[in-house]
Design a protein around this ligand. Structure first.
Ligand SMILES: NC(=O)c1ccc[n+]([C@@H]2O[C@H](COP(=O)([O-])OP(=O)(O)OC[C@H]3O[C@@H](n4cnc5c(N)ncnc54)[C@H](OP(=O)(O)O)[C@@H]3O)[C@@H](O)[C@H]2O)c1
Length: 430
């Protein structure tokens, strides 16, 4: 057997500890798969005393994570600290510059600096891999980069954030409102104390930008991702979606359009019978569409110590076996810039919910505002009557352009009989 692959691990939290445990538990199996043992020779974290659920006695402890990049016989630096800048970025840059392979789970880092880091890795002839950064245990990066390499990908989309999927699933199943379910998710540890990264769609936008880069061979363009979270999704919307045959999911969607690359993260209505609608709770699900293969669906755990470690270690096995491919599937110099398609030019169907005063003429005024923008209504739901009182009205539209839809909603919001800002959710045609 060949000499061991020597690795240094920075960050021993959820993912780092899980990675050490996996490497320890499956040491023999991994050595066979990789053709050589994978050995952790050094680690770094803040608290040396903490129990990591793995035996660290044979490993060198570095109080300063940056030291790991300078250890001569370390082949791979595994960055599991997190954050788009700071120590994580410095360590990855230093490791690449020192000619060491890098494995990271850090989506923020890859979304902000992925293209530059890929160039750096290439310059030094080393691998930079990040399977764990998108959808945790689901091997979507390898699937897109290698398994589907023969295809022209037209669209990739999915549930990229387990916290928001858990909240939306629980709202539907329990009939409770967003704030209550969020508080429960925080208690259960599914949501952070500051949940904005998840519920405002930021985390999903990082992952989508990375996915789009791998799927379409473009530089990572985080600024080009239109992002909307789930704060405004109410139980009423979830109930109406059920009635219309849909589920509401926070999706990341990237596709090639005639206006350029469309990248968007927002709540979507998806038909109940689609595979993505069946991905519930904390699970993630991703669909890729290729011209030769057709539709490929992957589902699994998008976070947690073990699933994420599974992805980190898969990257290590590839490196140990000498299997290197360019970071985003094509050489960094071949990543082709493509203009981003502005959200205003997005074309699709829409769900609109209005709270209106139940009085004669309301519907006619709303219909006129839609007509003025050439938005064509597909269906309308109003349950019962409550003359003089507030009632919800739901409309769905045929395909229309987002800019026209927004103008129509601005006009509708100004009607005296419309009591709350209109709610709009895009309907997807999967
Ligand atoms: N958690 C998941 O399920 C998941 C899934 C996919 C991707 N990721 C990504 O994986 C990365 C790690 O996430 P995590 O959940 O494992 O985070 P975490 O539990 O907060 O762990 C972070 C680790 O980094 C260490 N650390 C912090 N600052 C450091 C510094 N200056 N020098 C050395 N070590 C330092 C911490 O040390 P102490 O333990 O001593 O405080 C801790 O061990 C992030 O990029 C995250 O986005 C996480």
């Amino acid at each position: 057997m060949k000499s061991p692959l020597k690795i240094a691990v920075a960050g021993l939290g959820t993912v780092g500890a899980g990675t050490l445990q996996l490497l320890e538990r499956h040491a023999e199996r991994l050595a066979v798969r990789a053709g050589r043992p994978i050995v952790v020779t050094a680690v770094s974290a803040r608290n040396r005393q903490a129990d990591r659920g793995a035996d660290l006695s044979s490993m060198r402890w570095c109080a300063d994570a940056l030291e790991l990049a300078a250890i001569p016989d370390v082949d791979v630096v595994v960055e599991l600290i997190g954050g788009s800048d700071g120590v994580a970025r410095q360590l990855v840059e230093a490791a690449l510059a020192a000619g060491k392979h890098v494995v990271t789970a850090n989506k923020a880092l890859m979304a902000h600096h992925g293209t530059a880091l890929a160039q750096e890795a290439e310059k030094h002839g080393v691998a930079l891999t990040f399977e764990a950064a998108v959808a945790g245990g689901i091997p979507i990066i390898k699937t897109l980069r290698e398994g589907l390499a023969a295809n022209r990908i037209s669209r990739v989309y999915g549930i990229l954030n387990g916290t928001t999927n858990y909240i939306l699933t629980t709202m539907r199943e329990s009939g409770r409102e967003f704030a209550e379910v969020l508080a429960e998710a925080q208690k259960l540890g599914y949501a952070e104390a500051d949940p904005s990264f998840d519920i405002d769609g930021v985390d999903a936008s990082h992952k989508l930008a990375i996915l789009a880069s791998v799927a379409f061979g473009r530089p990572v363009d985080l600024a080009g991702v239109y992002t909307e979270g789930i704060r405004h999704v109410s139980r009423l919307d979830i109930d109406f979606a059920e009635e219309l045959g849909y589920r509401i999911k926070l999706l990341g969607i990237a596709r090639l359009t005639e206006n350029g690359l469309e990248q968007r993260v927002h709540p979507c209505m998806v038909k109940r019978a689609t595979p993505i609608a069946a991905v519930e709770g904390v699970f993630n699900g991703i669909v890729a569409e290729g011209d030769f293969v057709g539709r490929v669906v992957l589902e699994g755990r998008g976070a947690g110590a073990h699933p994420t470690a599974s992805a980190v270690v898969a990257d290590l096995v590839d490196i140990a076996a000498g299997h290197h491919v360019p970071t985003f599937g094509v050489p960094a110099a071949s990543l082709e810039k493509l203009p981003g398609a502005p959200m205003e030019s997005h074309r699709g169907a829409y769900y609109i919910r209005l709270m209106v005063l139940d009085q004669p003429g309301v519907i006619a005024d709303i219909a006129a505002a839609l007509r003025d923008q050439q938005v064509s209504m597909e269906s309308m739901i109003q349950h019962g009557r409550a003359p003089g009182e507030a009632v919800p009205i739901v409309l769905t539209t045929h395909d229309t352009v987002e800019a026209a839809m927004r103008r129509a909603l601005e006009a509708i919001a100004k009607l005296g009989t419309v009591l709350e800002p209109p709610r709009m959710i895009r309907i997807e045609d999967f």
